[in-house]
Design a protein around this ligand. Sequence first.
Ligand code: GCU
Length: 716
Amino acid sequence: MANVTENGWEQLWLRYDKKVDAGNGKYFEAAPQLVGFDPENCVVRSALLELSRGVCGMLGMQMKAGDIAKAVAGADQASNGTAAAGADQAGNSATGASAAGEQGKTSGSQAGLVLKKVPEGTLTESGKALKAQGYALCENDGRLEITAADENGLLYGIFHLLRVISCEKSLSGSNVTCNPDNPLRMFNHWDNMDGSIERGYSGRSFFFENDDIVINERTKDYARLMASIGINGVVINNVNVKQAATWLITDRFFEKVVQLSKIFAEYGIKFFLSLNYAATIELGGIDSADPFDERVIAWWKAKMQECFAKIPNLGGFLVKADSEGRPGPFTYGRTQADGANMLADAVAPYGGIIIWRCFVYNCRQDWRDRKTDRARAGYDNFIGMDGDYRENVILQIKNGPMDFQIREPISPLLGGLKKTNQMLEVQVAQEYTGHQIDVCYLIPMFKEVLDFHTYCKPGADTVADVISGRTMGNKNTGIAAVINTGNDVNWTGNYLAAANLYGFGRLAFNTELSAEEILDEWIPMQFSTDAEVLRVVKGILLPSRATYEKYTSPLGIGWMVTPHDHYGCSVDGYEYDRWGTYHRADHLGMGVDRTDAGTGYAQQYNEPNASMYNSLETCPEELLLFFHHVPYAHVLKSGKTLIQHIYDSHFEGYKEAEAFAAAWDGLQGKVEERVFDNVKERFGRQLYNAREWRDQVNSYFYRKSGIEDEKGREIY
Ligand code: GCU
């Protein structure tokens, strides 16, 4: 099968099986002309290799990477007036003719593909200035040109071109400039060195096994997949750095770390590691991790010098401190800024960055105390030090103040911080959103986050503005996702979960893309260009987040999942609340009062958001129970009472899941059998899960409230 390699894993959207040629073959009859790029550069080489692989596979043209490289050399010489050498070297290029020689004759105007390096800031055909890692793709009279200011831009331009071919669209008349919106576009792996993955739902790690690093052909395919969606940074190990992972920054692992990072380098991806904040104790033999202790400072300086000297493609480090049992500066009475800055100073001489997570909260708090509120923690712990962080520190902030629930407000730190580099963290791994069993296309949720107005600065106040650097004019910013991959043949457990993997990268690159546009690319590339497949898969994915929300926890209250595992319903199951009171449900009503009469959380937002959330009248209804405690009889804008809404939405959610499963059944024979079977099997489990959620949530609140369903349906 075209989509499963000999090695036993899929190529996903890079499957490059035979496509209908929408008139694109003509650009590849001759080897491409490389202008200004160094054909020996490893990223350029990867780009050319990918081009030849894609064109061979999809258009059946025998374009060999070696030929391209030779032709490139020839074409370069040709444009310097030595055409004959070019013709010779072109050898057996695509047409078997002296392709590069012909290029040489008419360099600059002939048909074919031109890959051209230009200085950053150059105006493209569409009148935009090219930025770092951006590209322009332009077609005129059979001449297709990709211009870019650097090698990453070239690589992304090539992937763009291959995407168009894969979707069976024509390149003719192309005139686009694509600059990345976010400087850093990262995936965070939560892979442990024993091969397990924290919150992994698609097999085991392909980076680690038995406390060792694994490097094979799959590593390369992984890097290709990442580059194809514009990812330029990857953290390979879990933020909870324990045991062997602490040793990743030592000689025990350097050799393999370097090998791995070199593979990433070939695809323009910076290599990052999660750090154990207490490494001075665990590795250094020092009895402290106090950021003000001279011994600690000196140890990190020396360690970072060693790391950057040994790992050439190292971008920096990610740190989870003072959270869920991880060590941190709080132990020593220091602030988060003290800890982050100490490490930042140690990596600064090498251009390194420290990405410091804001997921700092006390998981042991007593939920019966109505003033204490986990949601407040991120802001309370970080806002006081706004502006105190070094330029090479980025604060990485989860999209919501709690923990990747199906519905949360946007973290008030985003845009609350006004002088600090910020990076958004979302979770593509479906920890609380169905474990890649239930279908849940997360891009609509991420779009809501990016489009949210924080009111931090007139005219540039959305989350997308803040994390792209548009708000503050800063460079160290971006977006990261906890990834959903593992060593399953299809990488993501459920084939449909690859939409989130693909979609995150595309959205990180271009935050303007719609959730639907992303599917219009991904479905034809990964499954089929058949219009019916596109219609059905879109029909399932686009509403799937709303459906999941309907049958799980209502109106922003969150959790209600089984403790620790986080799949399946358990209304009182929140593991950090052993009193079963976090949702504040009693016989009269439910919801957490986060107004100024309650925990005061709503006041953490910039105005007018603070007032909007604070008032029951203006609070967006989908977040009603996150911000307000309301009676079951409270009438919603729909005219329904809260309790009726809970009943109705749960019945509806289940029905919608049933409709998705039925729609998928209709694709039998239209998608490959193993794809069909995999998703069908997942739908079977989703339906069971959705029914459990429906019945447990409905019966819980029926028993609490004693209010009958107006429609007289059976509630257990
Ligand atoms: C959640 C998740 C943990 C993870 C943590 C984090 O709490 O359940 O497994 O370690 O987030 O983001 O650090």
